[in-house]
Design a protein around this ligand. Structure first.
Ligand SMILES: [Zn+2]
Length: 301
């Protein structure tokens, strides 16, 4: 019997990230590209109203609404709250999911290249990240382990969890052919990996690789009225996954002076100057470099 029998590919979870939206259109026309012998593949546009409005979301960020408490809270009635419940009914429910694995397609305005985002140390999922990285050597492992039921991401409602393909830099509301093709290729590798797992083949061996783990979001400087008073420093712009040392420039004020990183340990930037985070005045995320451990054979477990 197959380990994985039902896979969902989701896109437009953030309505103005058009790469996934258009890949779904392509795959609806050409389903053979995402079909494999030993599992079925479903395609879901997850935030259609936000997509139509060319916005990330209408009321709330959809990709923060999937923890078990929020899904079961009937007082949350915003559009994305409702969408999360509909998607949970369709693909989950989270406590006993129908779908085995979800691949959710995202883009970023930050210079993060091909980022493989996964929130579990489960060997099946870590093995997928390693496998895709083997096929696409420039890709980065973005690892933020959290309990599946507590996880707020859409991917967490699948039985075996899931995987985000996050590609940039691309502006919101825009298609870029290179980003589209890279996302398409990474998705193909994810599906190939799941098919190998179903055939009892482990394409990657237990090992340790370098990755990046989220520490905290860093706010843009504000004045007393809560207005932004500085922007990402030119030295930091586009330097995702590069070290930020104590004393390095972080922000440039409106008059051009430099604000430095005042911490005492080396961190790494990600989502640097991400346009989607301006609503919360977030300038970047601090990350730490970590060892990602594939503890056991994904097939044997
Ligand atoms: Zn996104």
């Amino acid at each position: 019997m197959s380990i994985i029998s039902k896979v969902a590919i989701t896109g437009g979870t953030h309505g103005n990230e058009l790469t996934g939206v258009h890949l779904l259109k392509h795959w609806r026309e050409t389903p053979s590209e995402v079909t494999r012998k030993n599992f079925s593949t479903e395609l879901h546009l997850t935030n259609p109203k936000a997509n139509k409005a060319n916005r990330r979301y209408l009321d709330q960020d959809l990709n923060r609404q999937f923890n078990i408490h929020d899904l079961n809270n009937s007082e949350l009635t915003g559009y994305e709250h409702s969408r999360a419940k509909v998607i949970n009914t369709l693909l989950g429910p989270k406590e006993n999911p129908r779908v085995d694995f979800i691949i959710d397609l995202h883009t970023t305005t930050a210079n993060m290249g091909m980022s493989l985002i996964f929130n579990t140390d489960d060997p099946l999922v870590v093995g997928m990240a390693f496998y895709v990285q083997d096929q696409m050597p420039g890709s980065t492992l973005f690892f933020d382990p959290v309990d599946r039921l507590e996880d707020t991401f859409l991917t967490s409602i699948a039985r075996l969890n899931g995987f985000l393909i996050e590609v940039g830099a691309v502006p919101q509301g825009l298609l870029r052919a290179d980003v589209y093709q890279a996302t398409r290729e990474a998705t193909r590798h994810c599906l190939d990996y799941l098919e190998l797992i179903n055939q009892g083949i482990s394409p990657v061996q237990p090992q340790v690789r370098e990755g990046f783990r989220f520490i905290e979001k860093v706010k843009l400087p504000e004045n007393e009225q809560g207005e932004i008073t500085a922007m990402v420093h030119p030295n930091l712009q586009d330097q995702d996954y590069q070290p930020i040392n104590p004393g390095d420039p972080l922000f440039m004020t409106l008059d051009g002076s430099t604000l430095i990183y005042e911490g005492d340990k080396v961190v790494y930037g990600a989502f640097i100057n991400e346009a989607a985070y301006y609503d919360a005045h977030i300038g970047l995320s601090f990350m730490e470099k970590v060892q990602v451990n594939l503890k056991s054979d994904p097939v044997v477990g």
